[in-house]
Write a protein that binds this ligand. Structure first.
Ligand SMILES: NC(=O)c1ccc[n+]([C@@H]2O[C@H](COP(=O)([O-])OP(=O)(O)OC[C@H]3O[C@@H](n4cnc5c(N)ncnc54)[C@H](OP(=O)(O)O)[C@@H]3O)[C@@H](O)[C@H]2O)c1
Length: 302
């Protein structure tokens, strides 16, 4: 009988590590844990092996097409398909978070320019998610569940953007090429230093990437629906979780895993959520905030 398979990207620490741990206990199949290096992945798997769990280590850098292709080929040869894909790999620059709150940025963090932050954040969080999903889509089995990682903070962008850029956030006719073009334009406008006068937000690359990933899930669900294979994709917002990204402030990793685990285990033919942003089991929108959600502003105000 074919062995089922789950893949969690960026899982050598933080929420991704928690997701692998939880899936090893609850999912009826193998779980791949990925690290930026083979050694990172092997070390993280060794930690879980001490607890009697048996994740499968693999190297993955979502910025690198060859790395993604190697993982795809490994999955194809060893398993023949994929049942759960959680695109969890992501980065956030502390300098951007500090500037967004008007805090003084220490010299060693200030060395990274706004242009570099914009390009690198998009490269990992948005283009990395797109690259991995595109590579793995031919391997997705019927009833596969895909989870992209986003942040509810993305909905706050409407307050920070102007003119046609703010209007664009609310559009519902995005396609993958138009989303890529929009994101590329942002990167170029930050590099030229004209972004704020053109309506883009200041110090919000992470949130813009989160918005783009949320919309990517919407677009991808439409494509999956055409195949009639009951593949469901949603974007999970973990909520502020105590990991390296938040300087270890926020809820526990187990709590931060709840949204993605719920979406990864949606039953066959679930009618909803599909192509949505979900926190816990709550479907989020520009005008619908999850009850009790702690925002990063609230958490970091002291
Ligand atoms: N924590 C929160 O409050 C929060 C809130 C909303 C959304 N999120 C999102 O949740 C996801 C997990 O974040 P986290 O909080 O668990 O942070 P984390 O502990 O820093 O984990 C992020 C993981 O992604 C990996 N990664 C970074 N760049 C990568 C690349 N190019 N290719 C492959 N893997 C890469 C990191 O590798 P290294 O270990 O080598 O750095 C790390 O293992 C991210 O997408 C984040 O944006 C987090």
């Amino acid at each position: 009988m074919t062995k089922k398979l789950a893949l969690v990207t960026g899982s050598q620490q933080g929420i991704g590590f928690g997701l692998v741990k939880a899936l090893c206990k609850s999912f009826d199949g193998d779980v791949i844990l990925t690290g930026l290096t083979e050694q990172d992945a092997t070390n993280a798997c060794a930690e879980l092996e001490k607890q009697g769990l048996k994740p499968v280590p693999h190297q993955l850098d979502v910025r690198d097409q060859e790395s993604v292709d190697r993982l795809r080929d490994f999955i194809k040869e060893k398993y023949g398909g994929l049942d759960i894909l959680i695109n969890n790999a992501g980065i956030s620059f502390l300098a951007e978070m500090m500037r967004a709150r008007g805090a003084e940025v220490p010299a060693h963090l200030a060395a990274t320019s706004r242009a570099e932050i914009a390009a690198e954040t998009m490269k990992v969080n948005f283009f990395g998610t797109l690259r991995v999903t595109t590579a793995m889509t031919p391997l997705l089995r019927a009833h596969a569940r895909v989870v992209q990682t986003t942040s509810f903070g993305a909905t706050q962008l409407v307050k920070r953007m102007k003119g046609d850029k703010a209007d664009a956030l609310l559009r519902t006719d995005w396609t993958t090429p138009s989303l890529c073009h929009f994101v590329d334009q942002y990167i170029k406008d930050v590099a030229s230093g004209e972004h704020t006068s053109l309506g883009w937000p200041e110090d919000s690359s992470y949130l813009l990437a989160s918005w783009a990933v949320w919309n990517l899930a919407r677009v991808q669900q439409k494509t999956f629906d055409e195949d009639n294979n009951d593949v469901i994709v949603n974007a999970a917002c973990p909520g502020i979780t105590a990991t390296e990204i938040t300087n270890f402030k926020g809820k526990t990793i187990e709590e931060g895993c709840e949204s993605a685990l719920y979406l990864a285990s949606l039953p066959h033919e679930a009618s909803s959520p599909r192509g949505e942003m979900v926190h816990g089991k709550f479907v989020c929108g520009f005008n619908s905030a999850p009850p009790g959600l702690v925002t990063s502003e609230e958490l970091f105000k002291n």
